[in-house]
Design a protein around this ligand. Structure first.
Ligand code: NAD
Ligand code: 2HG
Length: 525
């Protein structure tokens, strides 16, 4: 039974779903990295929010880990390249808390416009400072969105309801989507110059880090109010403090900080500054949504192999998984076969799906081919890290689909570019489930690639089969299956025999010594 650790506070629905789906679950929160390292080796899955930092050190200690599930959007607390390299799937729940976070941004915008926290504190202190708190209306003001994805889109929608004009800076926003969202796509400088309120909704990347730097803050409209419910690090906090102190910035509200938990900050106590402790996603509804979603997704992966919302692996729905499973077995065997039979540098692998195979999601098939291929070079490869490792080894991967059927109603062909030219193998599914090799380097054969096999290329000549049978018999090697193919009578022939045990060096030497043998190799699947 797979076992999952929930290491951050999560709605109890998550644990309930894991148990219902046959996954054992422990809820242990608040562990230090050292404590987590000591226990993580027992688990197949790790469910987190933002507190647990899934570093390379944690992943190195996680010897059984197959999946990390983030109940939320941002995965900056997970070392994704390290997870990919170790073959661990990383999933998030991209939509479960979007509305809640957008509402928090809108709430902070209202709070800034009317200085609600300070007015509340003053009133409760018995001051009744009616003349001190003069606010501004939102109606007809310009809202500048930096980042117009899921949350930015919801904020824009709510802002339209408040009769605001919305401009957006997002280099990946298409003009069509901008029209659909009812926002004006602008440059960053234009946004800075025009916005009365600026709200940030981008991930933290090399491009967005300090996007509101001292220089850019200086370009903002005097009296601007700024909200950040996305990620700490998007705003230069020192420069923000200076802008508030000088009065150029009329207000700022941060839910996220460069260092979290933010127990101290030069911004604390600054007039017109509001802060919340990373509460963007903290509503009952959002937490139930993300808890259910992360547990369903992780259980799917651990129990059925279905993949949803993975950041380092193609998606594979629970419905697709059973249909794709035999194809993935076929693809892995074909990848392994070309891997075992090719030598030297392989600069390119092409994966061609034909007939029924062409109608399927190609990504898992490609990953399975690469995984089978690379397993001949490293045993730490799997479906998750195979594309990453292939890229790292400079292998170009091509994906081709042909919907019309050839000789077979479904076919997967794997071709590799070698120094000797392009070489390919192809396979089909018998009865839609049993993988069979049907072509090997241009020669038609029909073989089940399984267990230990002996591969022989020889000159087609009478008596060869008898001689090899005798040799194997004398060596005490039992033949399971026997598959033969040839280019033409008297031409090159290929022989694939399944044998009960690993092909020994001695046996191989004996086969190679037979007249007419060009190549002989032991294979394993
Ligand atoms: N405070 C919270 O509790 C909380 C909750 C949920 C999400 N978040 C954070 O909010 C952020 C946005 O989430 P989302 O779901 O809208 O993500 P999203 O991926 O849907 O949208 C992000 C947008 O940022 C844009 N972008 C990327 N690089 C950019 C750049 N250099 N300049 C401008 N725009 C750029 C992208 O094109 C995309 O449209 C994420 O960082 C997420 O982690 C925070
Ligand atoms: O889990 C949380 O409370 C924060 C989530 C938020 O930062 C996210 O990126 O989804």
């Amino acid at each position: 039974m797979p076992k999952v650790l929930i290491s951050d506070k999560m709605d109890p629905k998550a644990a309930q779903i894991f148990r219902e789906r046959g996954v054992e679950v422990d809820e242990i929160t608040g562990k230090t990295p050292e404590e987590l390292k000591a226990i993580i080796g027992q688990y197949d899955g790790l469910a987190i929010r933002s507190s647990t930092k899934v570093t390379k050190e944690i992943l190195d200690a996680a010897t059984n880990l197959k999946v990390v599930g983030r109940a939320g959007i941002g995965v900056d607390n997970v070392d994704i390249p390290a997870a990919s390299a170790k073959g661990v799937v990383v999933m998030n729940t991209p939509f479960g808390n979007s509305i809640t976070t957008a509402e928090h941004a809108i709430a902070l915008m209202f709070a800034l416009a009317r200085q609600l926290p300070e007015a509340d504190a003053s009133t409760q202190a018995g001051k009744w400072e009616k003349n001190r708190f003069m606010g501004v209306e939102l109606t007809a003001k310009t809202l500048g969105l930096i980042g117009a994805g899921n949350i930015g889109g919801i904020v824009a929608d709510r802002a339209h309801g408040l009769k605001m004009k919305v401009v957006a800076y997002d280099p990946f926003l298409t003009p069509e989507r901008a029209v659909e969202m009812g926002v004006e796509k602008v440059t960053l400088d234009e946004l800075l110059a025009r916005a009365d309120f600026i709200t940030l909704h981008t991930p933290l990347t090399d491009q967005t880090r300090n996007i509101l730097s001292a220089e850019n803050l200086a370009k903002t409209k005097p009296g601007v109010r700024i909200i950040n419910c996305a990620r700490g690090g998007l705003i230069d906090e020192e420069a923000l403090k200076a802008g508030l102190d000088s009065g150029h910035i009329a207000g700022a509200a941060l839910d996220v900080f460069v260092t979290e938990p933010a127990k101290e900050s030069p911004l604390f106590g600054t007039p017109n500054f509001i802060s919340t402790p990373h509460l963007g996603a903290s509503t009952t509804e959002a937490q139930v949504n993300v808890a259910i979603q992360v547990a369903e997704q992780m259980a799917d992966y651990l129990v059925t192999g279905g993949v949803t919302n993975a950041l380092n692996m193609p998606s594979l729905s629970a419905e697709e998984a059973p249909k794709l499973k035999p194809y993935m077995a076929l693809a892995e065997k074909l990848g392994s076969l070309v891997g075992q039979l090719s030598h030297g540098v392989i600069p390119r692998i092409s994966i061609h799906a034909e007939g029924a195979a062409a109608e399927l999601n190609p990504k898992p098939i490609v990953s399975a081919v690469l995984s089978g291929f690379l397993r001949t070079q490293t045993d730490t490869v799997n479906m998750v890290n195979a594309p990453f490792l292939a890229r790292e080894r400079g292998i170009e991967v091509r994906e081709i689909r042909t919907e019309r059927e050839g000789d077979y109603h479904t076919l997967v062909r794997v071709s590799v570019k070698t120094e000797a030219g392009e070489r390919s193998v192809a396979g089909t599914l018998f009865g839609d489930s049993a993988p069979r090799l049907v072509e090997l380097f241009g020669i038609k054969v029909e073989a089940d690639l399984a267990g230990h096999m002996l591969y022989v290329v020889n000159e087609d000549a009478p008596g060869f089969i008898g001689r090899i049978g005798t040799l194997l018999g004398e060596a005490g090697v039992n033949i399971g299956t026997f598959h033969l193919g040839r280019r033409q009578a008297g031409g090159e022939a290929v022989l694939l025999l399944s044998v009960d045990d690993e092909v020994s060096a001695e046996l191989l030497a004996g086969v190679k010594a037979l007249p007419g043998v060009k190549t002989a190799m032991g294979l394993a699947f």
